[in-house]
Design a protein around this ligand. Structure first.
Ligand code: ADP
Length: 294
């Protein structure tokens, strides 16, 4: 059987009283898993706890049969982590810094290390620029470097926290392709507030908000469940408040200066609404909307 990460009843309250995680229970299989939620949902808290960087108040995390919260050193040996803020030394070359990280990972043999570093630079498409200082790298190149260091030591569990924020569209596509390749044989958890990151890449996902899991499963299945219940109408901007009072408006978007609203409803609200095929964004926003309403 392939590896699974099982999170059970995980809770965390910060000293200021913020309940960042409230009884989080999730099963994360091998492959790409999207953890989707708005800013402040608790994603980083969950990622950092799985990455053994902070403690939980209650609950358990198992990677296969490894107790993640207790056997931190063993977890770190099989973990690759790309944090939200990945600082680099601007005056060091990509190759030199990756070599340095490899030493820290315990890869002592020089020749072996050189081969590993070269292979990772090639895999992340940074080999041509390996002698350049990291300070000259674009956001996308830096993120790919972040993935290269996260892959050192052949991790079984890879955690990437908000990796595509700030990337331009071309860089995002390259980064997505790289993640998709990696996600074939290991567990990759991708934390993001960007729906497209999940719809492009992930075969499983969870939606979290205010520290709680609102939904989890297969994104395609989730879309099928709301299909036929998403309705669209173009309105004038000053009509929005009235629509929000009368309907479950799950999202609004400006298209050529006009406001397009999506409404969640079992039946057609009225003839002025047209049905639209459900997207993962509709799943996400209707899930958040229902949680707020409850
Ligand atoms: P996300 O990654 O989804 O944006 P976070 O896990 O960073 O969410 O934060 C969840 C909640 O916990 C937020 O309300 C945030 O302000 C709060 N929080 C995060 N870190 C701390 C901390 N070290 N001390 C106090 N509150 C924190």
């Amino acid at each position: 059987m392939s590896l699974e990460l099982r999170i059970d009843g995980l809770s965390k309250t910060y000293s200021n009283g913020v309940r960042a995680l409230q009884n989080v229970t999730l099963t994360i299989p091998t492959g790409m898993f999207g953890l989707l939620g708005p800013n402040g949902a608790g994603k980083s808290t969950l990622m950092r706890t799985i990455a053994t960087l902070q403690e939980a108040d209650a609950g358990s995390i198992l990677l296969g049969d490894l107790d993640v919260l207790r056997r931190k050193d063993e977890v770190r040996r099989v973990l690759g982590y790309l944090p939200q803020e990945f600082g680099v030394y601007p005056r060091v070359s990509a190759e030199a810094l990756l070599d340095h990280f490899a030493i820290l990972k315990g890869i002592q043999n020089r020749k072996e290390r050189r081969e590993i570093v070269t292979a990772l630079l090639q895999r992340t498409n940074l080999f041509e620029v390996r002698k350049q200082n990291l300070g000259t790298f674009s956001g996308g190149m830096r993120q790919r470097f972040g993935i290269a260091q996260a892959l050192l030591g052949n991790p079984k569990l890879i955690i990437v926290d908000e990796p595509t924020a700030g990337l331009d569209p071309g860089e995002r596509v390259r980064f997505h392709n790289l993640l998709a390749e990696i996600g074939e044989n290991v567990i990759v958890i991708l934390s993001t507030h960007i729906v497209e990151d999940v719809s492009d890449l992930c075969s499983r996902m969870a939606i979290i908000s205010h520290g709680r899991v609102l939904a989890q499963g297969d994104p395609l299945e989730a879309m099928r469940e709301v299909d036929g219940k998403i309705w669209r109408r173009t309105i004038a901007k000053d009509e929005l408040a009235a629509y929000q009072r009368e309907h479950a408006v799950i999202s609004t978007r400006l298209v050529s200066g006009r406001t397009v609203v999506h409404v969640f409803s079992e039946a057609q609200p009225d003839v002025s609404f047209e049905p639209v095929p459900a997207s993962l964004a509709d799943v996400y926003f209707s899930t958040l909307h229902q949680a707020e309403a409850a």
